[in-house]
Design a protein. Structure first.
Length: 323
């Protein structure tokens, strides 16, 4: 059966990689990407020339269409604290308002997929974090617009599943990085690489001992592809997708420094409510997606990301010089 698919946020970092995977599908009839280019970039999908692909520049929460879709994948939201703290109301609208609106565009019996986040666990006191962990989230803190709108959207979707049988696929993503991240994204890996290639001074907040589980985008999108459409899945709850090897922020900064001789680390005051650790419990993921795991180590992944950023920064500098 031929499928029509809508992706909100498909010009974004992860969204554009997912678009590439969707266009490999033989059963895909039409792919509509809805993106307001708030944090997404046209350049991320500039290579797409597939006649099944259609880009609509619009907000997910107000987009209208003359059709309904077999599958909807809702990714529209900034993921970097730098961006969502700047416009919290807009972040909440993108997640919750986007989900409410897009649900109205789903065919009866269709599937709704949502990219949630490890931020729903807050600053965890349990590590690694299983899907059953209810988290330690400050609903009035500086990160709340993102954390709580993701949590509320999960609640909406699982309640729709409970009362109407909605086919729901929700993933909780952990610290994904890689090519097509904005140069001004503001998260650790992209920040460190951009700083190393420009000023040569890498900013580490606090002592850098806070840990994350860094997942290279190719590994993460492998998991999304299998969970969202490729595998036959009976699991009805959220699923952690990420790399379960914890590495400190300071270790990442030191490795990036090693790629640019002469670069150095500068410590700044800690960021308010910066989580101390983040690591997925992948027990459930191994059951639901047998054989899937994050195989690309952080050094290999960062090297690949570094080369992409270097090309982007050089290209941007040349364009500015010609302007």
């Amino acid at each position: 059966m031929r499928r029509s698919v809508l992706v909100s946020g498909g010009c974004g970092f992860i969204g554009s990689h997912l678009v590439d995977r969707l266009l490999r599908r033989n059963d895909l009839e039409k792919l509509v990407v809805v993106d307001n280019l708030w944090t997404g970039l046209r350049d991320n999908i500039a290579h797409v020339a597939d006649p099944r692909f259609n880009l609509q520049i619009a907000d997910a929460e107000s987009f209208t269409a003359g059709q309904h879709f077999d599958e909807i994948i809702h990714l529209a939201s900034p993921a970097s604290p730098v961006w969502y703290m700047r416009e919290p109301a807009r972040t909440i609208r993108a997640n919750i308002g986007g989900a409410l609106n897009l649900l109205s565009l789903l065919k009866p019996g269709g599937r709704f997929c949502f990219a949630s986040t490890s931020e729903v666990y807050g600053d965890p006191v349990v590590s690694p974090q299983p899907e059953s962990y209810r988290g330690s989230v400050d609903c009035t803190g500086p990160r709340a617009s993102y954390d709580e709108s993701k949590r509320c959207t999960e609640a909406l979707l699982f309640e729709e599943q409970r009362v109407s049988g909605l086919d729901v696929r929700v993933v909780r993503l952990f610290n994904t990085y890689g090519p097509r991240t904005r140069v001004d994204d503001g998260r650790a890996v992209s920040n460190f690489i951009s700083q190393a290639l420009t000023t040569g001074i890498l900013t580490v907040y606090g002592d850098g001992s806070q840990s994350r589980s860094w997942g290279f985008v190719d590994d993460i999108v492998d998991g999304l592809e299998r969970f969202f459409w490729r595998d036959s899945i009976s699991h009805r709850g959220p699923l952690n997708i990420g790399n379960n090897r914890e590495i400190s922020v300071l270790e990442i900064a030191k490795f990036v420094c090693s790629l640019v001789p002469g670069s150095r680390i500068e410590h700044h005051a800690p960021v308010l409510q910066d989580p101390t650790n983040r690591c997925p419990d992948l027990t459930l993921a191994r059951q639901v997606l047998p054989g899937w795991e994050a195989t690309i180590g952080y050094q290999d992944g960062i090297r690949r990301t570094f080369e992409w950023f270097r090309r982007e920064i050089v290209t941007g500098s040349k364009s500015a010089a010609l302007a």
